[in-house]
Ligand binder design. Structure first.
Ligand SMILES: N[C@@H](CCC(=O)N[C@@H](CS)C(=O)NCC(=O)O)C(=O)O
Length: 231
């Protein structure tokens, strides 16, 4: 059976879980506490990031590589369109979600103190009691350093909110009066963008922005319903 090495709270791990659900593939979870990034995670893969899956002795790291691997191994139902233009769009949207939206969700949930207070207990759920005590002092420094060096973390909140409004507006434009982001069926683009937007919506600012876009909220419900574990 496939083993998913994960941080439960990671949007990339959520993305992989949802792909596995859509394809009806059974899997086991190996949960690693985030504080073990430099030890246990590096033993799982040399990139030192999760998710990673293990399938019959073969390890695949990175949610994008995992998505393409699973698409080949379990082609039904397809998450990649056949048409080259649609495939290209799925790729671009997935990369936008992973490499841009991710840093907004990280900044909103973990760099802004009012959101962090709510999310820290989730992040440290699998940590030792000792780490849970030091986390409120240590982790804000780690997140601040990460998002500041990436760049988004240097923006004041009003600029951050304006950026997220533009991104959510773009999703609204893509969904339009249709059901999915690309073409006429659920694709990897829906799952990748959903996974990041779900986390963005977990912040006060993100919830307000998504709430102001009923078509985006309805699309999120649609993707969520289509990517739940199969009964
Ligand atoms: N491009 C990677 C990103 C994965 C990623 O950044 N994972 C984070 C958790 S959300 C991680 O493992 N961070 C640990 C670290 O950087 O040490 C993917 O798509 O899987």
């Amino acid at each position: 059976m496939i083993v998913l090495h994960q941080f439960e709270i990671s949007p990339f791990c959520d993305k992989v879980r949802r792909i596995l659900h859509v394809k009806g593939v059974p899997y086991q979870v190996h949960e690693i506490p985030p504080s073990r990034s430099f030890t246990d995670v590096r033993r799982v893969n040399r990139i030192g990031k999760l998710p990673t899956i293990e399938d019959d002795g073969r390890r695949v790291a990175d949610s994008t590589d995992i998505a393409y691997y699973l698409e080949e191994r379990f082609p039904e139902p397809p998450l990649m369109p056949r048409h080259p233009l649609e495939r290209a769009l799925v790729h671009v949207l997935e990369d936008w979600a992973d490499e841009s939206l991710y840093f907004y969700e990280m900044t909103l949930r973990f760099a802004l103190p009012h959101n962090r207070r709510r999310w820290l207990p989730q992040l440290t759920k699998y940590e030792s009691a000792w780490f849970q005590r030091v986390a409120p002092f240590l982790l804000p420094l780690v997140f601040r350093r990460t998002v500041r060096s990436q760049g988004i973390g240097r923006k004041p909140v009003d600029m951050l909110v304006a950026d997220v409004e533009r991104h959510v507006g773009a999703i609204d434009g893509l969904v339009g009066d249709g059901e999915w982001l690309v073409g006429s069926a659920l694709t990897l683009a829906d799952i990748a963008v959903f996974a990041q937007l779900f986390c963005i919506r977990g912040s006060d600012e993100g919830a307000q922005i998504v709430g102001a876009h009923p078509r985006v909220a309805a699309w999120m419900e649609r993707v969520d319903a289509a990517t739940q574990p199969r009964a």
